[in-house]
Design a protein around this ligand. Structure first.
Ligand code: ANZ
Ligand code: ZN
Length: 820
């Protein structure tokens, strides 16, 4: 009873929290609501140290808002489609759902043990038909708006996983998952038209400034990649057995038109094949074979030596009439801008490298004051005066750009243009364990949406093991009993679409589903959505800085434009937690530096692990498990817990505020803890709790004693502070202190501003001119209060016993002299 036994304490409270439903929002009318969300987990094995950190951090905010009196929604679910389940199924000759739901159960058990304040009644899994029915429904709404479409395209193909990868899943030319070199393949694929929202995705980042980490906003901005410039049309002379034509380029530097000395088309583009002179065709085809396996990043790398082939054709500069040789090269990308450029070697490094390699002239047209690029091999990109540029000569770079656009617009050979690096989102996957695309292909009717009343299109249950092994087409394409259906429009035999959706689709709207996860009339209940709206605080790893967050923002905007919600940004605030490292490195099997969460919990207890995670550093910094001390955290919690144990055995004194110094410290601690949590300095908030625990212990042992009202006040405050990150200890203390409701129902203590006044002075209390006591008082104390404080002093009261007071002289704030 009087020693801190975390195992005993943990065993006591989990079911209590479930019974009292204290983790669930009350949905009371008129109560202000807050929505806290942690990025939902993927069910790979059991929880690990990374989960433990992220969820400990997310829970601080959720519990803090709860204590502050908000009605808090803090749900949990699983992102439960995906490749690992399928691979496990192939290996174990099972259906992917077995591995998936078994792991989910394991993780759910661990989360419950971990004491996260989540509303378990709202739990969802994206692989449940009740969930993916609405993923399919949303896909169909996108389709009807022209925001989901299919096109033939060269896609990134992982030869090992036998599936298509989005650009963002290709890292340095290799598959993000398995590291195999990615190749290109021509396939008919589904896309979401996220490019329609490029500008809005940029503009709305203003709302997020100050609430999202700056670097995340910078990464998103960069990814969207807005470029302002012009499109300019160049005539192409007839030659090499081909007729005259024209090619449009995109340039951010129309001011440098006079410096264009050659022309480049993307070697892998159809355009290159169309224009190439007959005598150069073979050379081009050989070159195209060579570059096939290269990723975009390799192609654009400034390190790599430039390569290319002359096409045998010439373009005419619309301003100068000069004849520019047209080359084909891999440093120009076929899917950016128009897939063709005018090359200005003096002012673009890639062009200069190419010009040097193939002996093409370099003409400087902007005098930046730097040395001549033709000599140095270093292109100059800065501002300066235009030279050798006809009617543009003498202008600055900005003036030149504006003027050149005017000229080409007037001549009808070009126009000002803004383009984006952002590509449409390739969402189809040739895999089994994902949301089936709810479309039927009919020879006569083309693409036909599966009628709404037939949703969800469910995955078949009868495929397992080898049936799921990648064979270049989706296992669903091979399952003819599943994919053969009647066309909903004409009734003829037709085929279901056999692709499934990228799992990023599932996670692009789950935060909307949580407001009413059992609703069966739509993706969410409009009334519940009106009440909860956007997520107030979203917590998760910075690895999701681009894709997941961009996709979720895009989905939210489309759902708003469908008239289903009012808000256009899903996450009002974002917190990126750091990683948990060991010995300065990410934990990994190969390094052998993994730390098992379950073992840590067994050894130190849930609260000690959670406290360590929160205390180690500010939330966004990494935690090195080799540098922290869960044992120390456990001692701190035991110390805190013993306060309640000591106070509990005391009768308690009513009325007076007790030990003034401790009373003041309580209020200062709460005040500072509030600011620390609000500013995301959770670690400092823990340090403040530690100071309060130490001061309270001191007051018990060598001062006021455990019965002092300030000691009780301090101990209650400690329990409430601990309720943000050490839930079991906090709950146990709270009940020891005599309360019969959960500590999360305590409410955040109110701070008495008078206790925050900084300047106190030491007042001297004299009897007949001799110093008998000293009091810590506010420097603004009134004469009457100072006299009262002096008379209430225990020392003085003893000395005055039986004496007749003749006169009291008070000089606030420093002196009281009692004459007897
Ligand atoms: C002439 C020029 C002169 C250019 C100069 C730059 C500097 P951002 O800012 O990234 O949008 N470009 C256009 N399309 C391309 C493609 N498909 N692949 C590779 N490069 C391409 O870059 C725009 C500039 O990159 C364009 O402006 C074009 O080169 C090149 F002193 O045109 B510039
Ligand atoms: Zn049909």
């Amino acid at each position: 009873e009087s020693t801190y036994d975390f195992k005993e304490i943990e065993a006591k409270w989990q079911s209590y929290w479930e019974d009292t439903k204290i983790f669930e929002p009350t949905l009371d009318e008129g109560k202000e609501r807050r929505y806290v969300l942690d990025m939902f987990p993927y069910p790979s094995g059991d929880l690990h140290m990374g989960h433990a950190e992220a969820f400990a951090i997310g829970d601080v905010t959720a519990r803090f808002w709860k204590q502050q009196g908000y009605d808090v929604l803090h749900p949990i679910g699983w992102d439960s489609f995906g490749l690992p389940a399928e691979n496990a199924a192939i290996k174990n000759n099972t259906h992917p759902k077995e591995w998936t739901y078994k792991n989910i159960e394991t993780q759910a058990g661990s989360f419950k043990r971990y004491g996260i304040m989540v509303d378990w009644s709202r739990r969802l899994h994206t692989s449940d038909p009740e969930y993916y029915k609405w993923t399919q429904w949303l896909f169909q709404q996108f389709y009807k708006k022209g925001l989901a479409y299919r096109k033939y395209s060269k896609v990134n193909w992982c030869p090992k996983d036998q599936t298509v990868l989005a650009n963002e899943q290709v890292v340095n030319g290799a598959c993000e998952r398995c590291g195999t070199t990615v190749t290109k393949k021509d396939l008919n694929q589904w896309y979401f038209k996220i490019t329609d929202y490029a500008q809005e995705l940029l503009d709305d980042m203003k709302q997020l400034e100050g609430h999202w980490p700056e670097r995340v906003l910078a990464m998103q901005k960069n990814w969207i990649g807005r470029s302002e410039g012009a499109e300019v049309r160049f005539d192409v002379e007839a030659g090499g057995g081909k007729e005259a034509t024209d090619i449009t380029v995109f340039t951010t530097r129309p001011d440098t038109l006079y410096g264009a000395t050659f022309f480049v088309v993307a070697a892998d583009s159809d355009l290159a094949l169309e224009i190439v002179a007959e005598e150069q065709q073979q050379a081009l085809e050989t070159y195209r074979e060579q570059i096939k396996a290269l990723s975009d990043i390799e192609r654009q790398s400034t390190e790599r030596e430039k390569t290319g082939v002359f096409t045998g054709r010439y373009a005419i500069n619309p301003l100068t009439g000069a004849k520019l040789p047209i080359w084909a090269s891999d440093y120009v990308l076929s899917d950016y801008g128009t897939g063709a450029i005018m090359a200005v070697p003096a002012h673009d490094q890639r062009d200069l490298d190419f010009a040097k390699k193939f002996d093409i002239p370099v003409v400087t047209v902007v005098d930046t004051g730097e040395e001549d690029p033709a000599e140095t091999g270093i292109a100059t990109a800065g501002d300066g005066k235009l030279i050798n540029s006809g009617e543009l000569t003498g202008l600055s770079k900005a003036e030149g750009i504006a003027r050149a656009i005017e000229i080409v617009e007037k001549a009808g050979t070009g126009e000002g243009k803004t383009i984006y690096r952002l590509r449409d989102w390739l969402l189809s996957r040739q895999r089994f364990w994902g949301t089936p695309i709810p479309v039927i292909h009919c020879e006569d009717c083309g693409e036909v949406l599966v009628p709404e009343d037939q949703l969800p299109v469910q995955l078949p249950d009868n495929l397992k093991g080898e049936d799921l092994a990648p064979k270049g087409q989706s296992p669903l394409a091979a399952a003819s009993d599943w994919n053969t259906v009647d066309c909903p429009q004409c009734g003829k035999p037709a085929k279901r679409d056999s692709d499934t959706m990228d799992t990023f689709v599932d996670s692009s709207w789950y935060f909307l589903r949580f407001v009413s996860p059992r609703f069966d009339q739509g993706p969410f209940d409009p009334e519940a959505m009106r009440q909860w709206g956007a997520v107030d605080m979203y917590v998760g790893g910075v690895e999701h800085a681009i894709l997941h967050l961009l996709y979720a923002r895009f989905f939210t905007k489309v759902v708003r434009d469908l008239g289903l919600i009012e808000h256009g940004e899903p996450f009002k605030a974002l917190m990126n937690q750091g990683q948990v490292l060991n010995q300065g490195k990410a934990m990994s099997k190969s390094l052998g530096n993994g730390v098992d969460l379950g073992e840590q919990l067994d050894r130190f207890g849930v609260d000690a692990v959670r406290t360590t995670m929160v205390f180690a550093s500010p939330p966004e910094d990494d935690v090195d498990w080799a540098d922290v001390s869960p044992g120390g955290a456990q001692k701190f919690l035991a110390r805190a817990w013993r306060l309640a144990n000591d106070v509990a055995s005391q009768p308690g004194v009513e009325g007076a505020s007790g030990d003034a110094k401790l009373h003041q410290l309580v209020h200062r601690t709460i005040h500072e803890a509030t600011e620390n949590v609000e500013n995301g300095k959770f670690n400092v908030m823990v340090a403040k709790t530690m100071e309060l625990v130490n001061a309270t212990r001191k007051a018990i042992d060598s001062g006021a004693g455990a019965a002092d009202p300030a000691v009780r006040e301090a101990t209650e405050a400690v329990a409430i502070l601990l309720s943000l990150y050490a839930p079991y200890t906090a709950e146990d203390m709270w009940h020891k202190l005599g309360f019969t409701t959960p500590v999360l129902a305590a409410g955040w203590p109110e701070v008495d501003p008078a206790q925050l006044v900084d300047d106190t002075v030491t007042a001297i209390v004299q009897i007949k001119g001799k110093v008998k006591d000293r009091l810590e008082v506010s420097k603004d104390i009134s004469e009457a209060d100072l006299e009262k404080a002096a008379m209430e002093s225990e020392v003085i009261q003893k000395l005055l016993e039986g004496q007749e007071i003749r006169k009291v002289i008070v000089r606030a704030p420093k002196l009281v002299n009692i004459v007897i």
